[in-house]
Design a protein around this ligand. Structure first.
Ligand code: BES
Ligand code: MN
Ligand code: ZN
Length: 498
């Protein structure tokens, strides 16, 4: 999809479709008002006759409206003006794009981007419009014999009023495109099945990203990890025929001695549970257990596309968790890269076993901050559902920063506690710690486990078990939390105009 910024009167816009909003009271937005005026109150008549009631989600398509230069005018209902906030804005964009993709229009001029949203800037409206448009048009049909038809819609002009500085709108557009690109990559990797998206596939993907964007890439093989002493990570790989990989990517947009932000993404390309085998129902969804990895790869791609002036390192421990004759067994004890020993009481709590070694590995990059992203616990789905990702941190200011960026991005997280009181649940009779802490507060004890490997830096952990993908009829990866992470980086780079 091609996007461009336009500041032109809506009635003069030569376009296949001009999209304008109408509130529930029948009140016209500025752009709708301009068309109404030039068309001798055509829109007012449509509303008066009950053909558009302004309810959120409603649409009315008009052709050959007098006094306009466009072929069609699409009216989009916005709901009550007083309640028109971030979420409603996003919903209006989504409604418009869903409608447009099924019309004959090859291009459209979206005037919804001119509608004020409380406390949000023009830059925010443009970024969100691009991200949401691309999200709405995403398709994953590479394994369907019958491909979907190509969209006729090829170009969207985003309207801004004349007061808006063009550079601001253009920069927001570029950021939106980059973020959307990162989200799409994360979704595609998530949607790929486990027989294709293996640890080796993720490593190849990382190498491709590195080649496309001039990043440094290093992939540690099993033997490298053995020499280093990453026995916790390696213990998860024992049941699988797929060799494990530890993927490292460096983006260097900052000064040579700027400390990097390090992102660590859980890359279990399929989680059967291992010897602590999961029940069969819905197990296919465990192909999404690499969505943390997908999100950090998407994020570094977006950072490179935006050429952010900062240094970013991404680490992806990637393993397939399978049962097998050589697989780890409950009760096995391993020594992690940190030297701490772990009693594996449940082989299905494997995410923390690969992440702990990756976190210790992160120390060598002297990070300014580390965030790990993982589909870590079913308990997080119970706690927060599919709305917010769970956020844990060893620094409250850092947690607040990430929460704020999640809200800015419309990709929210919620802060959960990491109090010492929970650490006791990880006690083991035979090793330094157990890898599970029992049923109560399962997400917290998982985070507590990780915290023991994150003592040397500012660290946060995002549990995306409930947010990384959707189940049911709309089953598929969401690309979350690429939006949160990219906004965090934009903010760190001083590039977030809001
Ligand atoms: N990948 C799963 C977590 C998960 C489960 C995410 C369901 C989304 C939906 C993780 O590896 C796991 O199996 N966790 C266990 C931990 C338990 C054994 C302590 C869980 O949540 O049941
Ligand atoms: Mn598991
Ligand atoms: Zn898992």
């Amino acid at each position: 999809m091609e996007f461009s910024i336009k500041s032109k009167n809506p009635e003069k816009q030569e376009s296949a479709c001009v999209v304008v909003g109408v509130f529930e009271s029948g009140k016209l937005t500025t752009a709708a008002g301009a068309i109404d005026k030039s068309s001798n109150h055509y829109l007012s008549d449509v509303i008066r006759h009950g053909d558009m009631n302004g309810k959120a989600g409603s649409t009315t398509l008009l052709r050959d409206v007098p006094g306009t230069a466009c072929q069609r005018v699409l009216l989009v209902g916005l709901g009550k003006e007083k309640e028109f906030r971030e979420k409603e804005y996003g919903a209006a964009i989504r409604t418009a794009v869903k409608f447009l993709k099924d019309t004959g229009a090859t291009d459209a001029a979206l005037f919804l981007t001119e509608i004020p949203v409380k406390k949000k800037s023009v830059a925010w409206r443009i970024r969100q419009a691009v991200i949401i448009t691309r999200e709405t048009l995403y398709r994953f049909d590479q394994f369907k014999s019958q491909k979907n038809n190509e969209f006729l819609l090829k170009r969207i002009d985003l309207a801004v009023d004349r007061k808006t500085k063009p550079v601001i709108a253009e920069e927001a557009l570029a950021q939106g495109q980059a973020i959307a690109e990162g989200v799409a990559l994360a979704r595609t990797l998530g949607d790929l099945p486990g027989n294709i998206c293996t640890p080796a596939y993720l490593a190849d993907t990382a190498k491709r990203i590195a080649a496309d964007h001039a990043l440094e890439c290093e992939v540690l093989e099993r033997s490298d990890m053995e020499s280093l002493g990453m026995h916790s990570l390696l213990s998860v790989a024992k049941g699988s025929h797929q060799p494990p990989k530890l993927i490292v990517l460096h983006y260097k947009g900052g000064k040579a001695n700027d400390k990097p932000v390090v992102l660590v993404g859980k890359g279990i390309t399929f989680d059967t549970g291992g010897i602590s085998l999961k029940p069969g129902e819905g197990m296919d969804e465990m192909k999404f257990d690499m969505c943390g990895a997908a999100s950090v790869l998407g994020t570094i791609k977006a950072a490179a596309l935006m050429q952010l002036p900062l240094n970013l390192t991404v680490i992806v421990p990637s393993v397939e968790n399978m049962p097998g004759g050589n697989a780890s067994k409950p009760g096995d004890i391993v020594t992690s890269l940190s030297g701490q020993t772990i009693e594996i009481l449940n082989t299905d709590a494997e995410g923390r076993l690969i992440l702990c070694d990756a976190l210790t590995y992160a120390e060598r990059f002297h990070p300014t901050a580390v965030v790990d992203i993982a589909t870590l616990t079913g308990a997080c789905v119970i706690a927060l559902g599919h709305v917010a990702s769970g956020l844990f941190a060893n620094d409250d200011d850092f947690a607040a920063e990430l929460l704020a960026m999640g809200s800015e991005a419309g990709d929210r997280a919620w802060h959960l506690p990491l109090w010492d009181d929970y650490q006791d649940q990880l006690k083991s009779n035979f090793a330094d710690m157990a890898n599970i802490g029992g049923r109560p507060a399962g997400s917290v004890t998982a985070a507590c486990f990780l915290s023991r490997f994150a003592k040397k830096f500012t660290w946060a952990h995002l549990d995306i078990a409930g947010t990384a993908w959707k189940s049911g009829a709309e089953k598929g990866a969401t690309g979350r939390p690429v939006a949160l992470l990219t906004h965090f980086l934009l903010n760190r780079a001083g590039k977030l105009e809001n």
